[in-house]
Every structure is written in structure tokens, then in C-alpha cells.
Design a protein around this ligand. Structure first.
Ligand SMILES: *[C@@H]1O[C@H](CO)[C@@H](O)[C@H](O)[C@H]1NC(C)=O
Ligand SMILES: *[C@@H]1O[C@H](CO)[C@@H](O)[C@H](O)[C@H]1NC(C)=O
Ligand SMILES: *[C@@H]1O[C@H](CO)[C@@H](O)[C@H](O)[C@H]1NC(C)=O
Ligand SMILES: *[C@@H]1O[C@H](CO)[C@@H](O)[C@H](O)[C@H]1NC(C)=O
Ligand SMILES: *[C@@H]1O[C@H](CO)[C@@H](O)[C@H](O)[C@H]1NC(C)=O
Ligand SMILES: *[C@@H]1O[C@H](CO)[C@@H](O)[C@H](O)[C@H]1NC(C)=O
Length: 516
């Protein structure tokens, strides 16, 4: 159980009706990184079994303009698994989590047929790749679609679940094949982890396009370690981690172990061009800095003009140093411009973590509509928002730098997007003397909470209305009452949800009320 925050205590002492149940954000860099709050700082609640991370705020300029009402991530919490999580952008308070979704990589909002869905991957994770499906959850948190690949040996992989603009869903896939690897000093009949992707029509389930890496790329293009025997499910030679479709129907793919981003022809699957890698097609006008990205993630065209690409350049591998303060081979967010007439490429911008970090794995680059960028630093437990000119306006740590992410997960990608959630379930209430605690997992429209109480559970009268503040709001009843209930009010004062009635002598629920 979470202790009362300092603010709560102060509020009680001064007799303020509303107290805050969420613990305050931390701004104690040294203590946080010295482990004073544990290796996984977290917070629990009275009215909910959920646990959420306790963040360290390193930079936050709240007056800087930004967009996106919510932050989407899947931090992985021990006991709660790796599942989708939504935070409120204005105060980082928990908005939604549900451990029942086994997975959560690539958690975000995507629009399909005019409706916003919460989308993410769920399935079996084999550390580095997986097999499962892409989930589409409607704004009431009901499963709308669970989509996977067909006629491949495994299901959708954990790296990417990307909706197209024409009603399709693109899924990545990792599966084992056997191949002659003598050209790269491997055996004649070697086990190889091949990559594929598939586009499926969301409405009909029909497969629109299937593409396999080994049909179009050579083993010798691997720019990781060359052939490595005895890897789980085979030599991970390709490692595709992002796929998106262009308006012309081609596909931009990010291939980590080839250190390249390639445009794939959506008709015959051939390579139209690639930037970086063994067969780089572009002359680098930035002294090699536009093409020397390595082990990258999340490569996307900036827009339909396809003249610029953003990506998360891990830039190193086989290090395990999630600490800050690197001096060489630091990880960066990279934006490059392509000129298809001259076949040149140049750096538009590089975004480094304010303290310089090396993220050997994972990571994402989310370009916001106003030009700001949100970077989730992968295995480095932080996310940062930059303005379009590169100024850091938010830098948040989710764990101490050098804590090992056991039992949870790194921040694969972090997105900032608008979201409206209207759960089918009711708000939750708990009475822990002397306060009533209330929360509503997933609800985004609650503006205030109205507390009613009385001597009998069938005659409750309105006592006080307080603004919602954070995930869980504590309300001190202004007078002793035997039974309490809380109504959720929207910004117009309409009741949009009602908790059970609770007996304050036992803390037990006596059921829900029936409205006349
Ligand atoms: C939450 O933090 C406490 C205190 O450091 C720690 O003992 C506990 O294991 C953490 N719980 C989770 C789920 O990380
Ligand atoms: C915060 O952002 C505003 C608006 O972009 C800017 O004017 C101000 O200088 C920033 N403050 C700090 C402390 O960086
Ligand atoms: C898209 O939404 C419209 C309007 O709600 C509906 O009539 C139509 O069936 C939907 N199309 C698909 C493919 O789901
Ligand atoms: C999605 O569908 C697959 C079967 O295709 C099933 O194994 C899996 O449990 C489903 N996932 C969810 C979360 O319903
Ligand atoms: C894609 O492949 C088709 C069929 O081979 C070809 O006609 C078309 O020109 C190719 N497109 C590009 C952009 O290379
Ligand atoms: C697309 O991005 C390019 C490069 O940033 C920009 O010059 C162009 O105006 C953008 N086009 C659209 C349609 O947004």
C-alpha cells in the first residue's frame, strides 16, 4: 500500500478536502540513481491493484508547447508483465494498464477506418523476437481484432504492428530455415533465422503481400558478427524491426543486422534502393554520418514526399551500458534527407540524449505533428522530448541508469499521441480511514469526482466534489459517514460512471446502486 504523499498530509493538516493519492514525481537525480527508491521505483494504489513506475524528472519545461494528450509505452513491471501502459502527458500519471495483455511492444494509438484503436503486439517473446498477433483494442478497451500472419511457420513478430493508410496491417515475422552458408564460413545445412513480413487486409483477413528476406538479400550483407552458430532458432542474420508502406505501395524496411534501411518494391519484392549497408545507394554528403548508423530501429519516412527518413541509431552492439555519459559511439535520433536525382543523402539533425547514452538494443523515434520528437532510448531507461530545433523539453527516467531490467522490460518505443478511453467497467473505490480513494483505469474523460455518503447505503447524499488529479484521487469526507460512493463527472458535470457503495466501518463493498 502506498503511503500518503507529503502533499496529502499537508492537505489533511490544512483541512483541504482534496488530497492526492498519487506519489509526487521525483526530482532527486542523485538519490534516484543511487537506488534510494529501489532498482524499480514504483507506486501502488488503494483503489486498484495496478502498479506504475515512479519517474525521475531530469528535465521538464512545462511551458514549452507540445502535442499529444497521452504517452504510450510498455515498461514491463514485475508481476504485471510486459503490457501496454498509457500515461497522461500533463503529469505522467497512470491512465491505463492491463496485465492481461501478454506483450505490449509497439503500444500506441493507430487510426483504422476513422476510429482510434489502441494497438500493440501480444504473444510469446523469445528475447529478441517472438510469435503472436497484433491487437486492435477499441476506445472502450474491447478487443476489436487479433491479427496474425498466415502460411508462415510462426505468427506475427514483436517488433512492429503497423497499419497502412488503405485498411491493411503489416506484421513482421521471424522463422527458421535451413541454408547453405559456406559463403560466409558456415555449414552447408545451417539453421538460419529468416525474416518475412506480411500485409493483411484488416476487414477480410486476406493476405495482400508476403515478402521473405532470403529471397532478396545475401548472407554476406550481414554487418553484425557474420555467421554465429547455435543461436536460438538459427543465425539471426537479418533482424528486420520496422516496416511501413508508401502511398505507391512499396515498403520501407529497417534491417538491424545489415545496418541498412531499404525500399522494397511492393510488386516484385526487389530492392529499389537502400541507405547504409553493403550496397548503399546514396553518396553521403555528411562525412559518412548520414549512412554510418548501425543496429538501428524504427526507420520511417517523415511524410508522403519520402524525401526524409527518421530513425533511432543505436550505433553500437554487444555493450551493456545503460548508464549515461558515453563519449564515442553514442546513440542518436537521426533525421536524413535523400535526393533521388543526385542519389545523395545528408544529415538533417542528430538528437543525442542530454547526458549521452549508449543503447545497444531497442529504441524508437516518434516525430510529432508539430515537429517535436519523442525518443524512447530502448535498453536505456529514459525517454526524452525534443523541440523541432533540438531543445530538450522533457527528459524522464523510468529506473536508475544502471539497474538491470530483470523481470520487466526496456522501453522499446515511446509514443505521444491523442487518446480518448471510455471503459466498459466502472470506477473503483476504496475506503482507507480517513479517506475515500477513487480511480478509473482507462478513463480519459473524468474531470472531477463527486462523493456521496450517508448513514444507510440506500440514502446517500452529495457531500463534496473535487477535481480529478492523477490516477487515484483521495477524498476526505467532510463529516463521518457509514457508507460512501463516488460518481465520475465529465467536464460538463455529467455523471459518466459510478463506483460501488462501500461500508466505511469494514471497507467492504455493499454492491452497486441502482439509479432511479
Ligand atoms: C516496488 O518498489 C519496492 C521498493 O523499492 C520494491 O521492493 C518492489 O520490488 C517494487 N515492486 C515492483 C513490482 O517493482
Ligand atoms: C521553456 O520553453 C519556452 C517555450 O519554448 C521557452 O521560451 C523557455 O525559454 C524554456 N525554458 C527553459 C528553462 O528552457
Ligand atoms: C468503416 O466504417 C463505416 C462507418 O462506421 C462502416 O460502415 C464500414 O463498414 C467500416 N468499414 C470497414 C472495412 O470496417
Ligand atoms: C490471438 O489469436 C491467437 C490465435 O491466432 C491466440 O493464440 C491468442 O491467444 C490471441 N490473443 C489474444 C490476446 O486474444
Ligand atoms: C517494381 O516492380 C515492377 C515489376 O517488376 C516494375 O514494373 C516497377 O517498375 C518496379 N518499381 C520500381 C519503383 O522499381
Ligand atoms: C514533407 O517533409 C518535407 C521535409 O521535411 C517538407 O519539406 C515537406 O513540406 C513535407 N510535405 C508535406 C506534404 O508535409
Amino acid at each position: 500500500m502506498a503511503p500518503l504523499s507529503l502533499y496529502s498530509l499537508v492537505s489533511l493538516v490544512y483541512g483541504v478536502a482534496r488530497v492526492v493519492a498519487d506519489l509526487p514525481l521525483l526530482e532527486t537525480y542523485a538519490d534516484y540513481n543511487d537506488g534510494v527508491f529501489g532498482t524499480r521505483p514504483n507506486q501502488s494504489y488503494y483503489s486498484s491493484d495496478l502498479i506504475s513506475p515512479r519517474f525521475q524528472v531530469n528535465v521538464w519545461n512545462k511551458s514549452a508547447s507540445t502535442v499529444g494528450s497521452h504517452i504510450f509505452l510498455a515498461p514491463g513491471i514485475p508481476g504485471q508483465g510486459r503490457s501496454p501502459m498509457i500515461l497522461d502527458s500533463k503529469d505522467l500519471s497512470l491512465v491505463y494498464a492491463d496485465p492481461k495483455w501478454d506483450g505490449g511492444t509497439d503500444t500506441r494509438m493507430q487510426v483504422y477506418n476513422g476510429t482510434q484503436y489502441l494497438t500493440f503486439w501480444s504473444g510469446v517473446d523469445w528475447k529478441g523476437h517472438g510469435s503472436g498477433g497484433g491487437m486492435m483494442i477499441d476506445p472502450s478497451y474491447r478487443l476489436f481484432k487479433n491479427i496474425t500472419t498466415s502460411n508462415l511457420d510462426t505468427g506475427a513478430d514483436s517488433h512492429d504492428f503497423h497499419l497502412t493508410n488503405d485498411g491493411g496491417a503489416i506484421m513482421n515475422n521471424y522463422h527458421t530455415i535451413f541454408a547453405d552458408l559456406t559463403s560466409v564460413n558456415g555449414p552447408v545445412n545451417a539453421e538460419v533465422l529468416d525474416c518475412a513480413f506480411q500485409e493483411v487486409d484488416i476487414a477480410t483477413g486476406e493476405v495482400r503481400f508476403t515478402w521473405k528476406a532470403s529471397d532478396h538479400f545475401d548472407w554476406a550483407e550481414n554487418l553484425a558478427d557474420g555467421y554465429v552458430p547455435d543461436q536460438q532458432h538459427g543465425w539471426d542474420w537479418f533482424h528486420m524491426n520496422a516496416i511501413s508502406k508508401t502511398v505507391e505501395g512499396n515498403y520501407l524496411i529497417s534491417i538491424r543486422h545489415l545496418r541498412t534501411v531499404a525500399l522494397i518494391n511492393g510488386t516484385d519484392g526487389s530492392r529499389i534502393w537502400q541507405v547504409g549497408g553493403v550496397h548503399n545507394s546514396f553518396l553521403d554528403l555528411s562525412d559518412g554520418k548520414a549512412t554510418n548508423f548501425a543496429f538501428q530501429h524504427d526507420a520511417r519516412f517523415v511524410n508522403s514526399s519520402q524525401t526524409e527518413i527518421t530513425l533511432f541509431d543505436n550505433h553500437n552492439m554487444h555493450t551493456n551500458s545503460p548508464t549515461s555519459g558515453c563519449s564515442v559511439d553514442c546513440t542518436r535520433g537521426l533525421r536524413i534527407a535523400l535526393d533521388y536525382d543526385a542519389m545523395t543523402v545528408k544529415v538533417v539533425s542528430e538528437l543525442y540524449h542530454p547526458q549521452s547514452v549508449q543503447a545497444w538494443a531497442q529504441g524508437g523515434y516518434h516525430l510529432l505533428p508539430n515537429g517535436n520528437v519523442v525518443i524512447g532510448w530502448g535498453v536505456v531507461p529514459a525517454f526524452t522530448e525534443f523541440t523541432s530545433t533540438g531543445e530538450v523539453i522533457m527528459d524522464i527516467q523510468i529506473r536508475p541508469w544502471d539497474s538491470v531490467p530483470d523481470g520487466g522490460g526496456p522501453l522499446y518505443r515511446v509514443y505521444k499521441l491523442d487518446w480518448v478511453g471510455e471503459p466498459t467497467w466502472s470506477p473503483s473505490i476504496a475506503f482507507v480511514d480517513p479517506n475515500v480513494y477513487v480511480s478509473w483505469n482507462g478513463a480519459t474523460k473524468v474531470a472531477s469526482w463527486s462523493l456521496s455518503g450517508g448513514a444507510s447505503h440506500i440514502s446517500l447524499e452529495h457531500l463534496v466534489t473535487v477535481p480529478k488529479n492523477g490516477f487515484e484521487t483521495a477524498i476526505a469526507p467532510p463529516k463521518p459517514v457509514s457508507f460512501v460512493r463516488v460518481d465520475a463527472l465529465d467536464a460538463d458535470g455529467n455523471v459518466i460512471g459510478t463506483t460501488n457503495v462501500v461500508d466505511t466501518s469494514s471497507g467492504d463493498s455493499v454492491g452497486s446502486i441502482i439509479r432511479g
